[in-house]
Ligand binder design. Structure first.
Ligand code: NAD
Length: 476
């Protein structure tokens, strides 16, 4: 499949191309143009025109376009899912799940287009002020640059583009160079659904080239970014005066309290699913599990037994539970981190082997020291670490013992412990009796500490993607 950039609705090609490979076997999926600064400049000129056009559309028209886009994607779900599996390497079950969520994210954004509200400002509440009335409105920012990662290229791009368009902004999307083809399809659907072609632009290419040019553009009012902490920091240092939303990484922790003996099997299964979904390449994958010492041994037996039942292999097959990681470099790094933990005294109780260039067994490692990379950093691979703790206090301290703070989970029957955990754990979202991997698309979602700035979920993204304009009338 030969990909292209979409600028003002036109297909733009470049001589230099980037190849996209199927992570499972390295076969060629397609190519995309290696876009550069000049392509970003063209997209910016297009998006300026697009903004003038989209801001004249009514809220109802924007709602209708988004609803139409959701219907088109829903009808073409199989086609989108198959491409997702080829680009990301996620299983076909996971790809169908992502398409369903993307349809939901667009539908939620359509609804939100109809409720972007302002409020009356009580000007006469200041001393000596009379005969002044007014209000504030939320108005679109203008051009929004959307930079997205490889792991959920469809739904995470929808989380940026659909609220941006719902609020009347124009967009320039810079998708991950590994997974751009599905994003090009999404942009085409949005144009087919009725948005001005100049308002939906895609520039493909490398982050340091096309991405950096987008970040530095003075005409781009906001960069909404999902990706790694390292890239997020570079973007904020390069972009200058503009708004930023930063949805970054994590190494999510979960605590299992001493009273959970009667449902340990169920919890172990949930934890394993949360750690091994998409081969652990989810920003809220369960990475660090802290189990009360009374339940530690049984928990290890349960999670190991379940993890061994997972079928690892070709993600195109209906019965595959876990596919490959994105590329060989990622697999090399994950294996190095497992080896490092082992050399520091940790023990592998399940998996730990590389099946092929990109397939790694679902791996459970216990007693991992704090200084190991598997503890401190984001592994973004199919590895769960399980350590013993002796109290709720220690559980909270260990969950907090991380530079990240996206989501965390606790399993307990003790109401006080649940409350204490939700109060004291520093994260954007706390899941009680649920794994940290739980997310629905309408909820406010985002992190604290190095996990980011701002919240997604269409209602909350629209707040970030609009600004307040105050209007005051003198009636004397
Ligand atoms: P990445 O940071 O390598 O790349 C993300 C995007 O940034 C890509 O499009 C890339 O081309 C672009 N980019 C790279 N360098 C750039 C630069 N200098 N300027 C502008 N753009 C640049 O991330 P990835 O490997 O694609 O994704 C994995 C990461 O994303 C993980 O850390 C994961 O936790 C995070 N993530 C976070 C969330 C969330 O919602 N918090 C969701 C999914 C993934």
């Amino acid at each position: 499949m030969k990909g292209y950039m979409l600028i003002a609705g036109k297909k733009v090609y470049t001589q230099e191309e980037i190849k996209i490979f199927f992570p499972y076997d390295g076969s060629l999926v397609g190519t995309i143009p290696r876009g550069k600064e000049e392509d970003v400049n063209l997209a910016v000129e297009s998006a300026k025109v697009g903004f003038e056009k989209i801001k004249k559309m009514t809220a109802y028209e924007r709602y209708q376009c988004l609803q139409r886009a959701a219907r088109i994607i829903s009808k073409r779900a199989n086609e989108f899912a198959q491409l997702l599996t080829l680009e990301v390497g996620k299983t076909i079950k996971e790809s169908m799940g992502e398409v369903g969520r993307a349809v939901n994210t667009i539908t939620l954004s359509a609804e939100e287009a109809k409720r972007i509200l302002g409020e009356e400002v009580p000007f006469d509440a200041a001393p000596g002020i009379k005969n002044k009335v007014g209000f504030y409105r939320r108005v679109p920012l203008g051009i929004i640059g959307c930079i997205t990662p490889f792991n959920f290229p469809l739904n995470l791009t929808c989380h940026k583009v659909a609220p941006a368009l719902a609020a009347g902004n124009s967009v320039i999307i810079k998708p991950s160079e590994n997974t751009s083809l599905v994003v090009i399809k999404l942009a085409e659907v949005l144009i087919e659904a009725g948005f001005p072609p100049e308002a939906v632009n895609v520039v493909t290419g490398y982050g340091e080239e096309a991405g950096d040019a987008l970040v530095r553009s003075k005409d781009v009012r906001m960069i909404t970014f999902t990706g790694s902490v390292e890239t997020g920091k570079i973007i904020m240092s390069r972009g200058g005066l503009k708004k930023y939303a930063m949805e970054l990484g994590s190494n999510a922790g979960v605590y299992i309290d001493e009273d959970q003996d009667c449902r340990l099997k169920e919890i172990a299964e949930k934890v394993a699913r949360g750690g091994f979904a998409l081969a652990g390449q989810v920003c809220i994958s369960v990475q660090r599990v802290f189990v009360h010492e009374k339940l530690f041994d049984t928990f290890i037996e349960e999670i190991t037994a379940f993890s061994k039942t997972l079928k690892v292999g070709d993600p195109r097959k209906d019965d595959t539970d876990m596919g490959p990681v994105i590329d060989e470099n990622a697999a090399d790094r994950i294996m190095e981190w497992i080896e490092e933990a082992k050399s520091l005294g940790a023990e592998i109780v399940c998996g730990g082997k590389r099946i092929s260039n990109t397939l790694i067994e679902p791996t459970v490692v216990i007693n991992v020291p704090e200084k190991a990379k598997l503890f401190k950093k984001e592994v973004f691979g199919p590895v769960i670490i399980v350590n013993k703790v002796s109290s709720i206090e220690e559980g909270i301290n260990q969950v907090n013992n991380s530079p990240y703070g996206l989501q965390a989970g606790i399993f307990t029957n003790n109401l006080k412990n649940a409350f204490k955990f939700s109060e004291e754990v520093e994260c954007g979202g706390i899941m009680v009796n649920e794994i940290p991997t739980f997310r629905v698309d309408q909820m406010p979602y985002g992190g604290v500490k190095e996990s980011g700035i701002g919240r997604e979920g269409p209602h909350f993204a629209i707040e970030e993607m609009t600004e307040i304009k105050t209007i005051c009338f003198d009636l004397t």
